[in-house]
Design a protein. Structure first.
Length: 58
């Protein structure tokens, strides 16, 4: 493979990745500030993680 062919393949690949990254629009959530708008939790493949309540010392 010549350098010119390799350069063309890399250029077309980079252009395809750049165009694919610009295709969708993410939902605009305000995830910072005093009252952040967080997405609703959903059940996935792993169970939800629970933490123990803290106990007093001594």
């Amino acid at each position: 493979m010549s350098r010119q062919t390799t350069f063309r393949i890399l250029s077309v690949s980079a252009l395809a990745v750049a165009l694919a990254a610009c295709s969708g629009k993410a939902p605009e959530l305000e995830q910072y500030g005093g009252i952040p708008e967080m997405p609703k939790p959903h059940r996935g493949l792993m169970p939800d993680m629970t933490t123990a309540k803290p106990a007093q010392w001594g």
